[in-house]
Design a protein around this ligand. Structure first.
Ligand SMILES: Nc1ncnc2c1ncn2[C@@H]1O[C@H](COP(=O)(O)OP(=O)(O)OC[C@H]2O[C@@H]([n+]3cccc(C(=O)O)c3)[C@H](O)[C@@H]2O)[C@@H](O)[C@H]1O
Ligand SMILES: Nc1ncnc2c1ncn2[C@@H]1O[C@H](COP(=O)(O)OP(=O)(O)OP(=O)(O)O)[C@@H](O)[C@H]1O
Ligand SMILES: [Mg+2]
Length: 262
């Protein structure tokens, strides 16, 4: 990858989009992870207003401190960056008192995890509306078009997606080039949606390099017959996740009415 050229390309794309959309800039959730760190620097480089929002919901302290370190660095480098802290923990707790928590614990936990992401989306759109900003998505190609590892209308509910055509390794390469803080470069990717330290790899059962490998193999026309052992395991895992999450990767199904019936 021609890292510097890709960075320039994305920044120009963001700038052109914001200009055409006649908005003031971008709003983005900052988690202490690599994807939001990279996306926010790319947005800041446009010169448009960038509002970074920290939205803890029972967040592990290590995530919070990495997010804060990133925002401080960003503010010291760019004058167009502002920050807001919105503690969504009480909102989340209040939500839990109103909905049914009956059911298998793992299912309830997952529905609540996705609710966290959707409360964040609601907050980002509140600020987008308030300040004339666009919600910048942070999904990468592996998450968005590989395994569908994101919350539909949560972190997947965005106005534009600057890094969604980049593999995770490419996001890291850009991050290093952009000078993302070491603590974030070295942190294991995690969605932080369960209030503990579980990583994406723990949840998915494969690492990003493995998933990226499987995605590349499929792009190159390989099939399960080409692999064995751990490679076959990863290939099948990737294929299964890609299949069950297809609904996240295509437009919403519309029930078309035949002309005859109109
Ligand atoms: N065939 C179909 N056609 C249309 N819609 C379909 C569907 N099947 C399910 N659905 C809908 O989709 C819903 C399930 O999708 P969704 O709510 O997204 O939930 P789901 O895919 O079950 O879970 C999201 C996963 O992504 C992880 N995540 C979330 C957020 C951020 C990150 C991160 O990496 O930072 C990771 C999270 O930990 C979890 O493992 C169903 O409840 C249903 O409403
Ligand atoms: N505590 C949080 N505060 C603000 N935004 C958050 C928070 N947690 C998650 N988000 C938003 O949800 C997005 C999706 O999370 P995800 O974990 O995929 O990305 P990341 O944390 O930036 O990168 P990584 O894959 O390294 O964890 C984040 O990029 C961020 O925009
Ligand atoms: Mg994360």
């Amino acid at each position: 990858m021609q890292t510097e050229k890709v960075i320039d390309h994305i920044v120009k794309w963001l700038k052109d989009y914001a200009t055409n959309a006649k908005v003031n800039g971008f709003v983005i959730g900052i988690s202490g992870g690599i994807d939001s760190a990279v996306t926010s620097i790319l947005c800041a480089k446009t010169g448009f207003e960038v509002l970074c929002i920290e939205m803890p919901i029972h967040q592990p302290p290590s995530h919070v401190s990495r997010g804060q370190e990133h925002i401080q660095q960003l503010k010291s480098r760019f004058t167009n960056v502002k920050e807001v802290l919105v503690d969504l923990t009480p909102v989340f707790e209040e939500f839990k008192t109103e909905v049914s928590l009956d059911g298998k614990q793992a299912i309830v936990d997952m529905a609540l995890a996705n609710t966290r992401a959707r409360l964040r989306m609601t907050t980002l759109y509140y600020y987008a509306g308030l300040k004339g900003l666009l919600v910048a998505g942070t999904g990468n190609k592996v998450e968005d078009f590989g395994v569908g590892f994101y919350t539909k209308y949560g972190d997947g509910g965005v106005d534009l997606s600057p890094i969604a055509d980049l593999m995770k390794s490419e996001v890291y390469a850009i991050a290093k080039h952009l000078g993302v803080v070491e603590s974030i470069l070295n942190a294991a990717p995690s969605d932080g949606l369960f209030g503990d330290d579980r990583t994406d790899e723990d949840q998915i059962g494969a690492s990003y390099p493995e998933l990226e490998w499987a995605m590349t193999m499929i792009e190159n026309g390989k099939t399960a017959e080409d692999f064995e052992g751990r490679q076959l395991e990863v290939f099948n895992l990737f294929t299964r996740l890609n299949r069950i999450n297809q609904h996240k990767m295509v437009p919403i199904p519309i029930c078309e009415i035949p002309l005859l019936l109109k």
